[in-house]
Design a protein around this ligand. Structure first.
Ligand SMILES: Cc1ncc(COP(=O)(O)O)c(C=O)c1O
Length: 409
């Protein structure tokens, strides 16, 4: 059997192993210097002053929303505009934070929130827009920022799939007040499981750091951890040691030094990782272009830098085969695929929101016809050729069969 070509990949380099071993030898497993270095560098690379590492991308978004809710005093049930195609964690985070996700249909070419449809969703209860940079492709941010400004709304970016992507030269995560990234295993930079909250706002950073650690008052524990001689002067000025004083209803969302060490090593390899992913996606598009009459390949304007966390494909209505037939053929040949982030047809969402999928025609089309395959840095030219050969074999045989049927051969 041929090697499995998965949708995701995680490679642990010698550098990461070295850092993890250093963390183990240092004898501190909870949050410390590695986490601090990782989160700070990660945020800086996304144009932000503050990074707060946490245990998942979902936690990052949840905390980001709760921090905004506290800062602005948003009422329970206030509305947040989210795209109708995304991983379910985006809108779940709104629900977890006591906010209501309001779906907006997507652009059928970029698969991101359609900015032309946002205005119609804004009302008195709307407090924020939550663009998701799906598959690594940045959203069309100019009109989203303009709509937010016009209506006095916050922007919280879901950058879970878009590490290092840029829009008109600016990194994703730098357009909103706060953003959430996932570092789960299949993501571009991984810590195994994990996430990072990024912001330029010291108040939001402070609230976020408190929220991930049970709501504690003292959010500077890491500096004490890395240098025990620097005991915080503020700590004993109150009846309860500030490290154990809880001032808001918080969560236990922290990561430890092993994840921090992994993440730091991954960041050092980021250029290699990014270059390979982009090259792989470019190669696939170049070779599959001849099938654009039946499949839609990724399209992105020249002013965005797409980080290609995965490679999306949509079976067009002109095709005489279905997504199911196509992906079954790929899977039979040991090439993994996943449906393209179905949301509104998820059983739990049908239960919560009803049968609303038909009101979102572009998302509906993607739910029926979209899927993605891997284009990650673990794939070499031989793997890409195998993917291409497999797709050629499938599409050519169907095209040949239908031309015989209709007498064109
Ligand atoms: C768009 C999007 N948002 C949020 C998340 C949640 O991240 P995590 O799985 O780390 O909780 C993911 C995960 O893949 C995602 O793709």
């Amino acid at each position: 059997m041929s090697k499995k070509i998965g949708v995701g990949y995680a490679y642990v380099s010698a550098q990461e192993k070295k850092y993890v071993n250093e963390a183990l030898d240092a004898g501190r497993l909870s949050q410390g210097e590695f986490v601090y270095k990782f989160e700070t560098q990660f945020a800086k690379l996304h144009g932000q002053r503050f990074g707060i590492a946490c245990n998942s991308g979902t936690s990052a978004l949840h905390v980001g929303l709760e921090a905004l809710k506290e800062k602005y005093g948003w009422a329970h049930g206030s509305e947040v505009i989210v795209p109708a195609i995304t991983f379910i964690a985006t809108s779940n985070a709104c629900l977890h934070a006591g906010l209501t996700p309001v779906f907006v249909d997507i652009d059928p070419i970029t698969y991101n929130m359609n900015p032309d449809l946002i205005e119609a969703k804004i009302n008195q209860r709307t407090v924020a827009i939550m663009p998701v940079h799906t598959f690594g492709q940045p959203c069309e941010m100019d009109p989203i920022v303009a709509a937010a400004k016009k209506h006095g709304l916050a922007i919280i970016e879901d950058c879970a799939e878009a590490h290092f992507s840029t829009y008109k030269g600016n990194p994703v995560g730098s357009f909103g007040e706060i953003s959430g990234f996932s570092t789960y295993v299949a993501h571009t930079i991984t810590t195994g499981i994990g996430g990072v909250i990024c912001t330029d706002d010291s108040n939001l950073a402070e609230i976020s750091r408190s929220l991930i650690a049970h709501g504690r008052a003292c959010t500077c524990e890491r500096c004490v951890a890395s240098d025990p001689s620097r005991v915080c002067k503020l700590r004993m000025q109150t009846a309860i040691d500030k490290r154990f004083m809880m001032v808001r209803l918080g969560y236990s969302y922290r990561i430890g030094e092993l994840e921090g060490a992994l993440g730091l090593g991954q960041l050092e390899n980021r250029n290699k990782i990014m270059t390979r992913r982009k090259q792989n996606a470019k190669y696939l598009t170049l070779r599959l272009k001849k099938y654009e009459d039946v499949v839609q390949l990724p399209y992105y304007p020249a002013y965005v830098d797409h980080s290609f966390m995965m490679y999306p494909i949509v079976v067009k209505n002109t095709a005489s085969f279905t997504r199911k037939e196509f992906t079954e053929h790929l899977e039979k040949n040991n090439i993994e695929s996943r449906p393209m982030l179905p949301l509104l047809n998820q059983p739990i969402y049908v239960k919560l929101f009803g049968n609303i999928e038909r009101d979102y025609p572009a998302a509906h089309w993607i739910n029926d016809n979209g899927f993605y395959i891997g284009c990650h840095h673990g794939l070499d030219e031989e793997d890409l050729e195998r993917i291409i050969e497999c797709i050629e074999g499938f599409i050519d045989s169907i095209k040949n069969a239908s031309s015989v049927k209709f007498g064109t051969k």
